[in-house]
Design a protein around this ligand. Structure first.
Ligand code: AMP
Length: 285
């Protein structure tokens, strides 16, 4: 039996969204959600296509979440293009978009936050205090509002994925978390909404991140296992960028690795001009 597709709809009110998905669940439909902050690129569209294969109803959420931005970060100037985003997303078979106002997501007096104590600490958590509490909290809220069976996230935000997987496990959300490999430009740069901030020169400097990961991987393939040497090889490619961190960590626990023995993630965060970029690759011995 083919299930009739529902007409596309944009919903802004959390209560209205909850009511819609309750109906879908009552009808036995499988729901997938793809949470984003908008400014969609091909990486986001792959998440949607991935979701489309797994569910009857695909929900895109677009919300620039204020609680995951630090006081000196780019919340105010984060690129926003809802109409353009929805046009692109609809080519991927989107059913519903949830695009709430910040006041609807964080009513006055909101004071409850989700923290994934250990996984939120290192790497991006160290340079962006409070970031992952903001991420975990908004994702928990979006899960409660959209009640998905499946949620699709990109490996581009590796630590975010680890934090969300742990939250879902620890708090018994019962949602399948699917990860989507990083989508890159032809020259290797990981796609990011923040790439739009780069100058032509910065765009070239930014290639150092993917080059660094490739150099490190080549070294590992040639037999290198020493973390400091692997990290140094990646860092050497970052000329012109200001390194925030280059670290090799256990792929699941994100604990420091000194000798590569099992799956480990080599993660880079670096500023190109004022733009903070991240990239990563999982290395296996
Ligand atoms: P964002 O709105 O860019 O913060 O991210 C929304 C989702 O898209 C997250 O799950 C990201 O990991 C994912 N994402 C962003 N860029 C990429 C990319 N280049 N490849 C794969 N997934 C991505």
């Amino acid at each position: 039996m083919t299930i009739a597709r529902i007409p596309f709809e944009i919903i802004r009110d959390p209560a209205a969204m909850r009511a819609r998905v309750e109906d879908f669940r009552r009808d036995g439909r499988v729901i997938a959600v793809v949470p984003t902050m908008g400014a969609l690129h091909e990486g986001h569209l792959e998440l949607l296509r991935n979701a489309r294969k797994r569910a009857d109803i695909v929900i895109l959420t677009i919300f620039v979440n204020p609680t995951q931005f630090g006081p000196n970060e780019d919340l105010a100037k984060y690129p926003r293009d809802e109409a353009g985003d929805l046009e692109k997303a609809r080519t991927c078979g989107l059913d519903l978009a949830f695009c709430p106002e910040a006041s609807a997501m964080y009513p006055a007096g909101a004071q409850t936050f989700v923290e994934v104590r250990e996984l939120q600490q290192p790497m991006c958590g160290a340079s962006r205090p409070g970031h992952f509490a903001g991420v975990a909290t908004i994702v928990a809220k979006l899960f409660h509002i959209t009640k998905p069976h499946v949620a699709v996230f990109g490996e581009k935000d590796y630590q975010q994925l680890a934090v969300i997987r742990r939250m879902v496990r620890d708090l018994d959300f019962g949602i399948e978390i699917v990860s989507q490999p990083i989508i890159r430009e032809a020259d290797g740069l990981a796609m990011s909404s923040r790439n739009a901030y780069l100058t032509a020169e910065g765009r070239q400097t930014a290639l150092g991140l993917s080059r660094g990961l490739a150099a490190a991987e080549a070294l590992v393939k040639s037999g290198e296992r020493d973390a400091a040497t692997i990290v140094a090889a990646a860092s050497a490619q970052l000329a012109g960028a200001r390194i925030d961190y280059v670290e090799l960590r256990d792929a699941t626990e994100l604990s420091p690795v000194t000798t590569l023995a099992g799956p480990a993630v080599l993660a880079i965060a670096a500023f190109v001009g004022a733009t903070r970029l991240i990239d990563n690759r999982v290395l296996t011995s």
